[in-house]
Design a binder for this molecule. Sequence first.
Ligand code: TYM
Length: 312
Amino acid sequence: MAKPRLLTGLQPSGDLHIGNYFGALKPFVDTYEKYDSFLMVVDYHALTSLKSPDELRKNTIEAVRTYLAVGVDPNKAVIFKQSDVPAHTELAWIFDCLVTVPFLMQAHAYKDKVAKGLEANAGLFTYPMLMAADILLYDAEAVPVGEDQRQHIEYAREAAAKFNKAFTEVFKAPKELILKATGVVPGTDGKKMSKSYGNTIPLFGSREEIQKAVMSIVTDSSAGIPENVYAMHKLLKSEAELAPLYEANKGSYKALKDALVEDLDAFIAPMREKRESISDAEVASVLADGAEKAREVSEAKMEAVRKAVGVR
Ligand code: TYM
């Protein structure tokens, strides 16, 4: 019997952080061998905010190096770039013609931008339908993501239902895979870790960068335990492992932060080294191979879609 499909993606918007890792990449790496797995770099999504071709190219390569460095074997998962598969934007258009403007106006990413008084481009507005296409083209059953993407998976289910109702049953409903413990990884200020909040620990940071970020952790404490330091430490070690350290250093924030730097660095160092060993040629070859496999699967689905809507 064919394995069920697992799929996720990251925007190549630069500076990946440990929130991306624990929220989406680690859950992917931990389970991907049990599935028929697809891992994307969603470069067209990044275009909603990034307007530098050099940076987009560089970040895309970095995203693939990240996938390989965190332990994804390209022989066991299809690693590909969204823009290499034209069916994604083609299907997104069809979904755009099925959903309403008020429905898209409820999307968090759009609402946040408007609430900040910023002007949202039309790509940001229809972003959830491109993401729905990313997922539905591959009949993905499980989508490992952080909590902030939950609504997007709901939108994908809605797009599938609307299409199936308007035309014929073509799409399967996907399900988010969000881990309770790491669905929202906190940043140095205790809020959700996010590049736009400037509260991140870089995924491949040097020891100095890790140290600088950890020293900036806001130390609100309860009973001598700095909560934000502890929350981050729990990503790396169990509560039982941490108990003696936090008991022995109650109120001593510097010692606890030093211990966190030590543990983060020990955790990140092997991935940092692996990432440095991956050449641009290797990335290019992984992407060429991945594009071919992703096109094969998505094209079959897209042909069914074209027939269903009447352009074939
Ligand atoms: P992106 O690029 O913003 O983030 C990549 C993944 O990292 C997760 N994440 C977090 N998880 C826990 N705690 C945090 N602080 C944290 N910050 C980020 C995100 O939830 C995400 O899973 N729209 C998506 C990319 C996308 C996609 C897809 C994902 C496009 N098409 C299809 C899955 C399937 C995004 O912008 O993620």
